[in-house]
Design a protein around this ligand. Structure first.
Ligand code: ARG
Length: 267
C-alpha cells in the first residue's frame, strides 16, 4: 500500500522563541538552507514512491514545518492536536482544517496532545509519550477515538521531549524488533515496558540520539534518517533495512528532524 504523508514547507521557519532546549533564539537560522533540506526530504519520499501531500504554511507559525505535531491519523480518523505552548496553539486548527478538507473523520481533542510527536502506532497498539507535552489524559482519549490499546511511556530527559525524538518505529506492522529507542530518555517503568514489548529493539547510543537519529521515518523497509547517526544507520543496514540519509540539521535547531517534519496519513 502506498504510504501517504503530510508535510508543510518551512516557508516561515525561524527560531524566535524557546520551548525546548534545542531552540536558541539568539542564534539566527538560515531559512534558505532549511527549505533546501526540507525539499531533499520531500524528494527522498517521492523517490520511495510515497504520496506526499502539502499543507499551506501560516505566517507566524514558525514551528508548523513539524507536521508530525499537527495531529494523529489512523484508519482515516484524525485526532486533532492541542498544543502545550501558546506559541503553537494556532497550528491545531490549521491542521484540523486540512484534515477536514481531505475528508478525514475528524475528532477534536479535549486534552493536550502534540499529535504523532507523542502518539505512535506499532501494530495494533499506540505508544504514547507524556512528561513534557502530551497530557496522559489524552492517552485515554486516543484509545477511545481510535479504538486501540494505548501504552503510555514517560519521558524524563528535556532534550527528548516528544516520543518521536527517543523512540522510532522501524516496522509499523510491529514485532519484537520493530522499534528503536534511547532507554535513558524514559523512566524506569517505561523502560521495563519497552524491554518486555520489544525484546529485539535497536538500542540507540546517546550520541546518535543527540543528533535526533531516532527522529527517522520508515515504511517498514527503508528508513530515512539523519546521516549523522552513523552507528544507528549501520545497525539498520545490518538488520536488512534500506537506509537513506537526509540531512535536516537546520530544522534540528528548532528541535525537530525528519519524523517531526512528517505526518503519516494512515487510511
Ligand atoms: N519547536 C518545536 C517544538 O518544540 C519542535 C517540534 C518537533 N516535533 C516533533 N515531532 N518532535 O514544539
Amino acid at each position: 500500500m502506498t504510504v501517504s504523508v503530510l508535510m508543510c514547507p518551512p516557508t516561515h521557519f525561524a527560531v524566535s522563541y524557546r520551548i525546548n532546549p534545542w531552540m536558541r533564539p539568539e542564534q539566527p537560522t538560515d531559512a534558505v538552507l532549511a527549505l533546501a533540506q526540507w525539499r531533499n526530504l520531500r524528494a527522498a519520499y517521492r523517490d520511495l514512491g510515497f504520496d506526499v501531500r502539502l499543507v499551506d504554511p501560516s505566517p507566524g507559525l514558525l514551528d508548523m514545518v513539524y507536521a508530525a505535531n499537527g495531529g494523529t491519523v489512523i484508519d482515516g480518523i484524525a485526532l486533532t492536536a492541542r498544543f502545550r505552548h501558546a506559541e503553537r496553539a494556532a497550528e491545531g486548527p490549521a491542521y484540523a482544517a486540512w484534515f477536514r478538507s481531505a475528508g478525514l473523520d475528524v475528532h477534536d481533542a479535549h486534552h493536550v496532545n502534540e499529535g504523532e510527536g507523542d502518539l505512535l502506532p506499532v501494530g495494533a497498539t499506540i505508544y504514547a509519550g507524556s512528561g513534557f507535552r502530551t497530557d496522559p489524559r489524552a492517552h485515554d482519549e486516543a484509545a477511545r477515538v481510535f479504538g486501540r490499546e494505548v501504552v503510555g511511556l514517560r519521558l524524563i530527559d528535556p532534550r527528548f521531549y516528544h516520543l518521536d525524538t527517543a523512540f522510532a518505529v522501524l516496522d509499523p506492522a510491529g514485532g519484537p524488533g520493530s522499534v528503536a529507542y534511547l532507554p535513558s530518555a524514559f523512566d524506569d517503568a517505561s523502560q521495563e515496558v519497552l524491554r518486555f514489548r520489544f525484546p529485539d529493539a535497536v538500542i540507540v547510543t546517546e550520541p546518535d540520539a543527540a543528533v535526533l537519529g531516532l527522529n527517522c521515518f520508515s515504511d517498514g523497509r527503508t528508513v530515512v534518517h539523519a546521516p549523522q547517526a552513523e552507528k544507528f544507520a549501520a545497525e539498520l543496514a545490518e538488520r536488512g533495512f534500506g537506509t537513506v540519509g537526509i540531512d535536516t540539521s537546520e530544522l534540528r535547531r528548532g528541535g525537530g528532524g525528519i519524523k517531526c517534519a512528517t505526518l503519516e496519513l494512515r487510511r
